[in-house]
Design a protein around this ligand. Sequence first.
Ligand code: FES
Ligand code: FES
Length: 433
Amino acid sequence: MPEHHFDIHVFCCINERAAGHPRGSCSVRGSVDLQEYMKAQAKRFSQGRRIRINKSGCLDRCELGPVMVIYPEGVWYHYQTKDDIDEILESHVLNGKTVARLQLSPGQKTLRTNEPVRVALRVADMRELAHDVCRYELVAPDGSDLPAFEAGAHVDLFTGAGMRRSYSLAGDPDTRQRYVLGIRREVPSRGGSDWLLDHLSVGDRLEASLPSNNFPLDWSAKRHILIAGGIGVTPMMAMGRALRRAGASCHLHFCAPDESRAPFLSEVKEIFGSELSLYFDGGDPSKGLNLSEVLGSPIEGDHVYVCGPPGLVSATRERASHWPSGSVHWEQFAPGVPESAPPNEPFEILLSRQQVKLQVSEDQTILDAVRKAGIDIESSCEDGLCGCCRVGLLGGVPQHRDVVLTDAEKVANREILICISRAKKGEVLVLDI
Ligand code: FES
Ligand code: FES
């Protein structure tokens, strides 16, 4: 057998096709940055061997992209994240063991639906806080470290009744030993939180998604103004811990009907100290926080973050409508009052990886149509609140109806939340599914 010029030779497709092309392309799915990352990391795994990480043109497995092929074995992989790259380098390149979960078989035409990653948890502590809110501390059953999270992140908890619900992480992002979160009884009840409150006790086990962050801090801000209503204080607690530790300027405005309905109040006081203003309005928002005073005259570098009931979130966004683009951040826990969304119309979707075209009727969501076609897609709130059903959008003009994507993301039209967003009659949305 002739000696190879390189011991390990990797080709990562970075082909780019125009937005809207039904096959999509590896570049549109992030391969350019990931190839550079792999190239930078590869030296660590060479151990004196000659390793080459090359860019390549289209490898003709576009529906499975991003793809790479590793020679001399000729093993193909689909990958999506830096963690995938690390795993391929450590397992395949360093230890000669293929990564089964990412490997593509010869002739494979579609991706296997991703097995959702679930984190096993045990309830270590549980305490009733304010009206209808419980504080939970969740740990790994074997006491090991939990997956890291950033301030503003949430996890989805899976209930025994087959539902999943999102909860912001309120604990210290620097602590991997526990997740702290608050669960409030839902009115009107949609079942998920009530099930957890009624069934979870200390010592019980449950599963969660990996942490994910739709509400990150912008560390370029000079001043962080945080506004929370009720249980909406939970992400602010993690933000406050991170910001105060970093010596960043921040102030929390915390609103609740009265002290007994202000969850986590003693912890909030500890975290924010003098950088806390409390507003107990007795249920009449006009007697509480004066948003015009707080948001009327932003100074350069101000960013505002709001989390809480839809009324508080929409009032904050409205009063801050003159703020610079990208400086207003929000997250809400319940569906908002429907904005003047146009009536539902039928349209079509093209699933680029499956090469399947589907009709979406006016009384169906995209998620319904995709599931009806036998494709399993994860969802949680199904109200456009959590971001769980976010997928890549490769073409077509959508009507975004969620509260997760930022205004800039909605204008960019590169992603869509398929539990709620739609399109107008005659439109064909090309989805990266
Ligand atoms: S675009 Fe990457 S395989 Fe075709
Ligand atoms: S499932 Fe929560 S946004 Fe779609």
